[in-house]
Design a protein around this ligand. Structure first.
Ligand SMILES: [Cu+2]
Length: 122
């Protein structure tokens, strides 16, 4: 019985992994789609109303990427989770103040390679 239980657990874990690895979540209505690749964001210039902002991050690259929002003073406003290659996630900022921000990928060297852009909230 014990062996069967372990086998079932392994099968369940594998099914979960398979579900997660299949390209991520669907795009929520009203979200801003940002494609990530090695090494840029598309679009790299984004405008949005201030307040709640929902991003749909799609990593079409071959390495993991994230998206960090930095204000004009250099402070981090919010950072997304890491998005694995081929995966997609929803990244929600609950209350973005009006202003001009930099977006960049916080993975080592990616910003310097051009993985950055401008986010304007009005
Ligand atoms: Cu990156």
């Amino acid at each position: 019985m014990r062996t069967l239980a372990v086998a079932l657990m392994a099968a369940f874990a594998f099914a979960l992994l398979a579900a997660c690895g299949g390209g991520g979540v669907a795009q929520p209505a009203g979200s801003i789609k940002v494609s990530m690749s090695d090494y840029k964001f598309d679009p790299s210039t984004i405008s949005t109303p201030s307040g709640k902002v929902v991003f749909y991050l799609v990593n079409g690259g071959t390495v993991s990427h994230d998206l960090v929002i930095r204000d004009g003073s250099g402070n981090r406003v919010k950072a997304s989770e890491l998005v694995s290659a081929g995966d997609s996630i929803v990244f929600t900022v609950d209350s973005l103040a009006a202003g001009t921000y930099t977006i960049f990928c916080d993975q080592q060297g990616h910003e310097a390679l051009g993985m950055k852009g401008t986010l304007t909230a009005t």
